[in-house]
Design a protein around this ligand. Sequence first.
Ligand code: SF4
Length: 362
Amino acid sequence: MRQRKKTKQVKAGSLAIGGGAPVSIQSMTNIPIERVDETIAQIMQLADQGAGLVRLALRNAESAGYLKKIIPAVSIPLCADVHFDYRIAVAAIRAGASKVRINPGNIGDAVGVREVVKAARDHGVPIRIGVNSGSVDRRKFPEVTPGSLVASAMEHVRILEDNDFTDIVVSIKSSDILQTIEANKLFSDERDYPVHIGLTEAGYGVTCMVQSSVAIGHLLMLGIGDTIRVSMTGDPAEEIIVARRILESVGERRCLVRIVSCPTCGRTDPSLDILDLAQRVDQEVTARFEKILAEKNTTLQVAVMGCEVNGPGEAKEADAGLAGIRDGRLLLFAKGEKVKVVDHRDAVTALIEEIGKVVNAF
Ligand code: SF4
């Protein structure tokens, strides 16, 4: 993996973005801001899952009033997403938003932009410019290409620079993976501002997960990306889980509990449900040991394998694990040694007990 590009660092409240800060995860609420209690609950859930910043759509003049109620109730920086009306952006900053997402080219006239910049400067709030394939001005750029996406972003960047404002985060997104990658590479050659990366309108479920992982993972492995969002149709909490896995996969975050499991094959005892076992092991081990592992500054690998022929051998790197045998029984092993044979109904409990011993010995 190439070394991460050293970008300028900006602060969104307590969250540092760029300049060598850990790559942060962000998401967006999908509840109208007027439903204050539900919005607060969703933000807290996203924070618990690992979000470093949450964005909210502010659609009208009243929105900043709701934002003001939400901010003191949450423990995480919030970004106000505003289009077309600079007065909403200014009100959001005054209400305590830690960051605003606008496009200076469509937020108002030069006076309006100056008002937003002044408020942002006075309150130490960075501005995120967000360009995607839908926001490219087709009169100026008839075709959406990596070049036109970057040119469009640069128009907005220059407006802020002309106002002497450089606490900028830039996102350039497309629903096309290659276009997103190329555009971010081009922008990275143009400026040193921190970048927010992701695909836009990435869809839902497995398709979204795979496409986002390819685009975000590829850019991170090129050393590009300071904060990420997986844009997924559905519950935003899912976005955070996928984002965390992407960061773990590219080595930007340590995976404290790693479950390795085989795909199963004809050798697997049909009375065993290896997927169910792996999921229960993952949940139990994460809930019980993740905090202890973080305190001990170490990681744990647990295997759940379909058979003992290749199981323990293939999973020899694991600290502990289970491998199916016959008649609903499994072999429990730890540190490459057989411990005992267990019935599938007792397997998770027995494994957790064994892992407890392994973790204590760390
Ligand atoms: S570990 Fe055993 S059951 Fe799993 S895929 Fe390999 S041979 Fe098949």
